[in-house]
Design a protein around this ligand. Structure first.
Ligand code: BGC
Length: 762
């Protein structure tokens, strides 16, 4: 746990240089623009603790899997979005000595992320071992207004004596991933050019993504633009150096503009042209103009997605930080991109896609962006359907059964833990649920006809083959799975997995019926292409009617899995603090035998299918499972917050909210240095909008059931819904609703039906 980020509503501020926590701060000060992003690394050389990381969305490498004992069906590789060209680098010498913060006395240090404008600032004063004292101010942006470009401005002033200063500004393509399985280098040098702008071309091994980076440096000495510096190149590295003699108080400034384009987005033979024109566009503007463009672009995002909290600056800062990170990770422009659990902020989880996207992130993008953004998230999976069928085939399923990967970038499974690859099949359910969620939210039923149904049929075929008939139970069962609670493996009849499987089958059959009424021709063409016959649907119905869903009738709870009650049910509060988190203190074997739940499992099902259960059932299950849950996945507390809010357990809901909201800023789990928990950030938004404000879609209508934490004066947010945009503000004794669109909307607000005219006020 750390507690040094200064509380401020719009800024993330660190006001002291803490070399020992630099990797934590690098994660916190990550910036990006959906297309690319970077950890908050320093521009100048740093010999202290650092994890260098600059990433380009979708540019990955299939790193050969490492396992002790190979088993059939293991994925061959773990895909990772690669650490890419280091474009911010500056070697700075003062009287010949390298400026390295680890070797200097540092004062006046401040790192500040302006979330409103999307600009990262840093200032410090460094006393060099030689006694020279310099002051640095730096700004950096990943442009939201032009997503293949970025820039920085770096100003250095000499404070106590005249000095010979040199700045070497470089592009370094010789970068590695810290988590590389075999210490491989993933990039191949292709070309370097220094004739005009500096150009570096590199290509990934195997996947052959070609990346061109074009850099223009503009140097100013004492405020005057200089002719270009001395350029040089070597393999995978280009640089330009400017030297100047500065008198006390004088400064040198560098503006560094880059365009980074890849063959993922442009034809190979157009890369140079695109990079040149992108670079020319940004370099023709002053830095002030660029900051303004960035501020305007972020203003448009904030207009849609900001949550305002009055009366609690820590909570305000946290929710904005979460929203900021989500928006800089995914902008929804390209259906081939997705949301890695750590976004562009670290290497863990490889920057690739998990069920997190569908289960947690989708509702955020649905409510805060145009439907196209959420639709692109669905299309990502639609495009991977063939691969999902192949994946299922590798595990022995056939006839069009689709098993989506637990971890993927290109549709292939690439996780190298067998329990997760083979058993954590509930991810298939979340992908189907996302289709349902998208359609009920947007009413885009056409999506079902054109894309959704085909995915649902593939998934249903998988479930129908994955269950088996138990003679003993005279019911269908599902054996050998891992549920969302990864602290149990190879269990039988995980309630959540069985439940979502049955739900998928039913939803698919309902969708077919619905399409019969609406798009008959289209439907029959699809069913005939997929050879889906009545008998197959009848089998699905039989499974729906006869699926075993374990429960304990005495306690009135669903059982996480067969045999759960055989465990010693000792509540988490009785565990000594020193053994937490369990995954860092107990053997895996001990964790598996224990009753402790890593993350919402039965409760995840109650959250998804809340409408099927009465409040008492939800309460009994919450009261039973919550005390056994250790929340060692960041995805857990938000689900508990939403359910606690629904049950009127307001203090608990608030406690869980805080746990997710400041998870990274305060480093609750001591792991922020690995990167930020981007996907759980969506859970923080959910905790407010679905938890505190109780937003639901039921029967085509938006419902709200609100409460407000005691220490807040108010909270307010916008949601988009089927062409309307609402502003909702909840205060201690009042509420305000505005309709910011031009059509009226009828909603249920705290059990009252309200017709909200455009710009209506309570
Ligand atoms: C969680 C998974 C999640 C993954 C990536 C794991 O710790 O248990 O549910 O998909 O992290 O966020």
């Amino acid at each position: 746990m750390k507690n040094y980020i200064i509380h401020d509503p719009w800024h993330i501020i660190e006001n002291q240089f803490r070399a020992e926590h630099n990797e934590f701060s690098e994660s916190i000060f990550s910036i990006g623009n959906g297309r690319m992003g970077q950890r908050g690394n320093f521009e100048e050389s740093f010999s202290g603790k650092t994890m260098q990381g600059s990433y380009l969305a979708g540019v990955y490498y299939p790193d050969k899997t490492r396992v002790g004992w190979w088993k059939n069906g293991y994925p061959e590789y773990f895909a990772k979005v690669l650490n890419a060209v280091q474009w911010i680098g500056l070697d700075i010498r003062i009287d010949g000595m390298l400026l390295d913060l680890a070797q200097c006395e540092i004062s006046g240090f401040e790192r500040r992320l302006d979330m409103k404008a999307g600009v990262l600032y840093r200032t410090f004063i460094a006393e060099m071992p030689t006694g020279a004292v310099v002051e640095v101010t730096a700004k950096r942006m990943y442009h939201l207004f032009q997503s293949d470009t970025a820039s920085l401005q770096y100003t250095l002033r000499v404070l106590n004596s005249d000095a010979e200063v040199s700045i070497r500004s470089y592009l370094n393509g010789d970068v590695v991933n810290r988590d590389s399985n075999y210490d491989e280098r993933f990039w191949v040098p292709i070309a370097e050019d220094i004739q005009d702008d500096l150009v570096l071309v590199t290509e990934t091994k195997k996947t052959q993504f070609r990346v061109e980076t074009h850099l223009r440096n503009v140097f100013y000495v004492r405020g005057t633009v200089q002719a270009s510096g001395t350029k040089s190149k070597e393999q995978c590295y280009v640089s330009e150096e400017l030297r100047a003699h500065l008198n006390v108080g004088e400064s040198i400034r560098l503006e560094k503009y880059v365009a980074i384009v890849s063959s993922l987005h442009h034809p190979l033979d157009k890369l140079t042209e695109v990079a040149q024109s992108s670079l020319a566009q940004i370099a023709s503007k002053s830095y002030t103009e660029l900051v303004q463009l960035q501020t305007d672009a972020w203003a448009r995002i904030w207009e849609e997605s900001d949550i305002q909290i009055e009366g609690d600056i820590a909570a305000q800062q946290a929710i904005r930080f979460n929203i900021f990170q989500l928006n800089q990770t995914y902008t929804g422009e390209d259906a081939r991109l997705n949301i890695g659990p750590k976004g562009f902020t670290g290497e863990k989880y490889g920057g690739v896609t998990y069920w997190d996207t569908e289960a947690y992130c989708l509702p955020f993008y649905l409510a805060t962006q145009a439907p196209r953004v959420a639709r692109n998230l669905l299309l990502y999976r639609y495009q991977h359907l063939e691969k999902a069928i192949e994946n299922a085939g590798k595990l022995g399923f056939d006839k069009g059964a689709a098993l989506y990967p637990m971890v993927t970038i290109n549709g292939e499974e690439c996780h190298n833990e067998w329990e997760i690859t083979f058993e954590e099949i509930h991810r298939n359910g979340a992908i189907a649920y996302a289709i349902y969620n998208y359609i009920r939210y947007t009413d885009d039923t056409a999506y079902l006809a054109t894309h959704g149904l085909e995915v649902l049929i593939g998934i249903s075929r998988f479930w129908a083959q994955r269950v088996n008939w138990s003679e003993q139970k005279q019911q269908y069962v599902m054996l050998g799975v891992t549920g969302p609670n990864e602290y149990e493996n190879n269990v039988n009849n995980n309630w959540y997995t069985n439940k979502i499987a049955v739900w998928c089958l039913r939803y698919t059959l309902d969708a077919i019926t619905q399409q019969q009424a609406q798009q008959e021709d289209c439907l029959y063409a699809l069913l005939s292409r997929l050879a889906l016959k009545t008998e197959e649907c009848a089998k699905w119905q039989h499974i729906i009617d006869n699926m075993y869903l374990p429960e304990d009738s005495d306690r009135g709870v669903f059982l996480q899995q067969d045999g759960f009650l055989d465990k010693e049910l000792i509540p988490v509060v009785e565990l000594p603090a020193e053994v937490r988190p369990l995954n860092q203190h107990w053997s895996w074997d001990r964790i598996l035998r224990s009753c402790y739940i890593k993350q919402a499992d039965v409760l995840q099902g109650l959250y998804f299918f809340e409408h099927e259960f009465d409040e008492d059932t939800i309460r009994r299950n919450y009261d039973f499972y919550e005390p056994l849950t250790v929340h060692e996945s960041s995805l857990s507390p938000c689900v508990h917050a939403i359910i606690a809010a629904k049950l009127g357990k307001e203090d608990k809901a608030y406690e869980f909210y805080l746990r997710t909201a400041r998870l990274d800023l305060d480093d609750y789990n001591n792991d922020t240095e690995d990167g930020l928990h981007i996907t759980s950030m969506a859970g923080t938004w959910l905790a407010i909008v679905e938890g505190f404000a109780g937003m639901r879609v039921r029967d085509g209508k938006l419902h709200f059931q609100t409460f407000i934490p005691k220490n807040w004066q108010s909270y307010a947010f916008h949601v988009q819904y089927r062409g309307t945009k609402l502003y909702i503000k909840v205060s201690q004794d009042d509420f305000e609703i505005k309709n910011l669109s031009d059509t009226e909307i009828s909603i249920i607000f705290n059990e009252e039906q309200l017709l909200i005219e455009p710009e209506w006020k309570s």
